[in-house]
Write a protein that binds this ligand. Structure first.
Ligand SMILES: [Zn+2]
Ligand SMILES: [Zn+2]
Length: 336
């Protein structure tokens, strides 16, 4: 399972938009891994977690293509994790069809935000997505890839660009999935997704974090499932969350990577986010509960300039505890 970090910052970005603190100045000077967009990850090329406000920027910056995404998981309704406007660019005139229909998975209050784009609801049929409300504790399965029907807007046998112009002869031949009217075939994968309650936001907003287990696909080693824990934004895990995780351990699940909220950095401990000490404790506790594979990648993620040192110092600090910081563009291959 391939995990690509599209963005790794908290809500204000790092360096923060309006900030001239020492850390933001250093981040701008050093550039590279110190420049962080708002948090989002892509799993393989077909499962996206958190379609936030930086999705356009991060995919352009990293040269990542998300047109094959068929599952979109949303942790919660905060603006830095869900930007409904991004869904508009899936529509006719913006995306060259046929786009596969993407299942959009989140709790009811989270998906409710899709009805709130400048006061108007998004149109799932026109924008090629299907909302799938889930509850905490639920396990859902998603299959992606295979052959899917062409977009109904497409008339067979014609190839053109999204603005209606004929393709330029000098451009390379578009891949089959970009040829209108042809059934597209993408790689078939299956995922089991576990929805956990996050310690974050108002209780009625039902913020979540996820375990994603890939059970089918060419990335798997000897066909063995690969599993990742993606836990942002959240404070210390609740008893309810630990009970669900214990059940997964009982069922024999182990995580090849665990990615945990570190918004508060070297600051004091939090209840709706965590500091680095809390991240280290949670990584250890996952190990003690037999939830981490022997060579699991242990990541801290979702960083703020308030408390988080520049990337190089952060990396050195966390290395003592066997934890790595995420950075934008980081790709990690998650094994069984
Ligand atoms: Zn956030
Ligand atoms: Zn949040």
């Amino acid at each position: 399972m391939k995990v690509t970090f599209l963005g790794t910052a908290a809500a204000e970005g790092y360096p923060a938009l309006w900030c001239r603190c020492e850390r933001c100045i250093v981040a701008r000077e050093r550039g590279g891994e110190n420049l962080r967009l708002r948090s989002s990850v892509l799993i393989n090329d077909d499962l996206l977690i958190d379609p936030g406000p930086d999705l356009v920027g991060s995919t352009i910056r990293l040269g990542v293509d998300v047109a094959d995404v068929q599952a979109i998981l949303i942790t919660h309704l905060h603006d830095d994790h869900l930007d409904p406007t991004g869904f508009l660019w899936r529509g006719a005139g913006f995306a060259l069809p046929p786009l596969p229909v993407a299942e959009v998975i989140g709790t009811a209050p989270t998906l409710g935000r899709l009805h709130d784009r400048e006061g108007k609801a998004l149109d799932p049929a026109g924008l090629r997505f299907a909302p799938r409300p889930v509850s905490h504790g639920e396990r859902v399965s998603v299959s992606t890839g295979g052959t899917h029907d062409p977009d109904p807007r497409v008339r067979p046998g014609r190839t053109r660009t999204s603005d209606g112009a004929p393709p330029l002869a000098s451009l390379p031949t578009p891949p089959e999935s970009n040829t209108l009217g042809v059934l597209t075939a993408t790689v078939a994968r299956s995922y089991d997704i576990v929805v956990l309650p996050a310690s974050h936001a108002r209780p009625d907003e039902q913020a979540s974090f996820f375990v994603v287990r890939q059970t089918l696909g060419p990335e798997l080693t000897h066909g063995q499932p690969a599993t990742v824990l993606y836990a942002t934004d959240t404070g210390p895990f609740s008893d309810e969350a630990w009970n669900i995780l214990d059940q997964l351990a009982h069922d024999g699940w182990t995580f090849g990577a665990s990615i945990i909220d570190a918004t508060l950095g070297l600051g004091g401990p939090g209840t709706a986010h965590m500091n680095l000490e809390q991240v280290v404790w949670h990584q250890g506790e996952l190990g003690r509960r037999a939830l981490l594979s022997p060579d699991a990648g242990r990541f801290a993620h979702h960083f703020s300039h308030n408390g988080t040192p520049p990337h190089q110092e952060l990396t050195a600090h966390l290395a003592q505890f066997g934890v790595m910081p995420s950075h934008d563009g980081l790709v990690t291959h998650v094994g069984p």
